[in-house]
Design a protein around this ligand. Structure first.
Ligand code: B1M
Length: 208
């Protein structure tokens, strides 16, 4: 079997078919990482591109995102079978003003699969909520942003951690489509990860 139908079902936003397709691909022996990369993530990239070109609109983007989340739910137990068990508490969230959570959820899933305790703060997370998570024991703060207009809230959060006197006791890492290593350096974050597996490696480096 190939992943073309699964890919198309994500683009079309057909959640029940996406779930069935992920199950069938797993049963056919296709690896979880390949299903994720070539089926789910590649399809969302097409959705983004078609939105940019004016061929799809926000409701279609949302329906495709729901279908992808449905597929991720099935894949979750198969992802991140990492043998390195690291003790550590990570608080993760999508920054204020930003509602995109698929990438953040994926990073959270992989971290959990690698043995971290993950405190998921959700989306539209205010700087104060990240500060509170650090006060409540998170050793690593992960921030996700998908919009160029919300990225600046990562810097605001780093500043809020500093103002609360917590910057030296907590590590900060960031990611999301518009985020770069240069940006991480500029705002004083400790790390940047381009995708969910490098996010796990980054966590190992920072606190593992
Ligand atoms: Co929106 N959206 N969206 N959207 N959306 C983008 C991001 C966009 C690039 C589309 C486009 O124009 N091509 C564009 C942003 C443009 C920009 O800022 N430059 C955009 C826009 C404009 C908008 C709205 C403003 C549209 C509108 O209302 N007019 C609006 C904003 C709402 C808001 O947040 N306030 C909006 C809304 C939405 C939906 C709600 C419809 C939906 C989100 C549903 C949801 O998340 N539950 C949605 C979607 C689905 C997308 C696209 C199509 C897909 C995003 C996605 O889930 N990708 C996206 C286009 C695109 O990215 N190609 C787009 C799959 C996911 C696995 O990848 O999130 O990149 P990603 O995560 C990766 C890495 O980035 C990284 O690892 C992940 C796994 O590999 N990563 C991290 C992510 N976070 C990390 C954190 C880390 C480390 C790594 O450490 C902590």
């Amino acid at each position: 079997m190939d992943l073309k139908k699964l890919y198309q079902d994500v683009v079309d936003g057909n959640a029940p078919e996406v779930q069935a397709g992920v199950k069938a691909a797993l049963e056919a022996g296709i690896g979880a990482e390949e299903i994720l990369g070539s089926g789910l993530i590649a399809a969302m990239a097409e959705v983004g591109q078609r939105y940019e070109e004016g061929d799809l609109f926000v409701p279609e983007m949302l329906i495709a995102a729901r279908a992808m989340q449905a597929g991720l739910h099935i894949l979750k137990p198969y992802l991140a079978k990492d043998d390195v068990k690291a003790a550590g508490i990570v608080a993760i969230g999508t920054v204020k003003g930003d509602l995109h959570d698929i990438g953040k959820n994926l990073v959270a899933m992989m971290l959990e699969g690698s043995g971290y305790e993950v405190r998921d703060l959700g989306v539209d997370v205010a700087p104060d909520a990240f500060v509170k998570a650090a006060q409540e024991g998170a050793q690593l703060i992960g921030m996700s942003a998908l919009l160029t207009t919300t990225m600046s809230n990562m810097e605001v959060t780093v500043q809020a951690l500093k103002a609360a006197g917590l910057r030296d006791s907590v590590k900060v890492f960031i990611g999301g489509a518009p985020v770069t290593q240069d940006y991480a350096d500029k705002i004083g974050a400790d790390g940047f990860a381009a995708d969910a597996s490098s996010a796990t490696r980054m966590a190992h480096q920072l606190i593992g």
